[in-house]
Design a protein around this ligand. Structure first.
Ligand code: TA6
Length: 295
């Protein structure tokens, strides 16, 4: 399998496929401008770091489990065709069907200084075509095609885990004017009017389109810019102390090193796709040293 993948899709030393310690297959990117990686399991982007950055952009748990059928804790899990628990089937896996299944590589190419990989996954009623660009920024774009003969409602979330320097100093701007559904209380809260800071378990769905979100990380003197494409929902999550202890694939102290800012279309802004039609949802992630950003 790995030999065929490398024969067909390897790009010099910039993209190669290697066996992961746990028997999974990982695509490894190494270029003059960035490093990155992804698993065929879940179409799961697992690392991204521009050479200009001292620290990884994406968080991966040191207790992550790497097994087909299990989600990988960290990176960018793909939640589809539902987000969270299944509304009608309590036995169905959380966050849908595709993050625990193997995806196929359909294309790999160098575009300028970037490496572009396309992964595909078929499932009942849908085909997913996932374009991932590892370059000066990380670009992820999911094309969802309705292969059934009926209009389909579905949810998508690119459940991105960001690595951070010091949680107590982190703030998120760009969502101040957006009302949110607080998943911990079940209530709809008005726009806060101030940046998001983490002082307790946080699990919110911001409802509305935004042009840009910024994750400010003073401890590492960097700002991560997040530019959604065709996304009506942004999920912001930090498990904090007690939930971290309940996650068996997440170390108790790792809530201090991460936060999730997820580009999504989830309830009440599900996607509705007509037969044979496609919806495209994506996000561009760029890490900048704070000192070089315009004042
Ligand atoms: O995106 C936030 C969330 O829905 C939280 O409620 C929490 O469950 C998190 O996703 C992780 O879910 P997972 O199934 O990966 O443990």
């Amino acid at each position: 399998m790995i030999e065929q993948l490398n024969q067909k899709f390897a790009i010099g030393n910039s993209l190669k496929f290697l066996p992961h310690a746990d028997g999974l297959i990982q695509g490894i990117i190494e270029t003059p401008i960035c490093t990155g990686s992804f698993f065929l399991l879940g179409g799961h982007v697992s690392a991204y770091q521009p050479k200009s950055q001292q620290h990884p952009v994406l968080f991966m748990s040191r207790d992550a489990i790497y097994t087909v059928g299990k989600p990988i804790r960290g990176g960018v899990p793909v939640c589809f065709p539902w987000f969270g628990p299944n509304a009608s089937d309590a036995t169905a896996p959380a966050h849908g069907l595709v993050r625990t299944e193997l995806w196929d590589v359909v294309e790999a190419k160098q575009t300028g200084a970037s490496i572009v990989v396309r992964l595909q996954r078929e499932l009942p009623n849908y085909r997913l075509d996932y374009r991932i660009e590892f370059g000066a920024s990380l670009k992820m774009q999911m094309s969802i095609t309705n292969t059934s003969d009926q209009t389909q409602q579905c949810e998508l979330a690119l459940h991105t885990y960001f690595q951070i320097g010091e949680l107590s100093k982190v703030s998120i701007t760009g969502l101040e004017s957006i009302a949110f559904r607080d998943k911990l209380t079940g209530t709809i809260e008005p726009a806060a009017g101030i940046p998001i800071a983490f002082t307790a378990e946080t699990d919110r769905v911001y409802m509305g389109k935004v042009a840009e979100i910024e994750l400010h990380d003073p401890a590492w003197n960097r700002i991560i810019q997040i530019r959604p494409e065709n996304s009506q929902s942004t999920v912001v999550w930090n498990p904090w102390i007690e939930k971290s202890k309940r996650l068996n694939d997440f170390a108790d102290d790792e809530y201090l090193q991460m936060c999730c800012i997820e580009t999504a279309n989830v309830h009440p802004d599900e996607l509705s796709i007509n037969p044979g039609q496609s919806a495209v949802v994506g996000v561009q992630v760029q890490a900048q040293d704070k000192s070089i950003l315009p004042k």
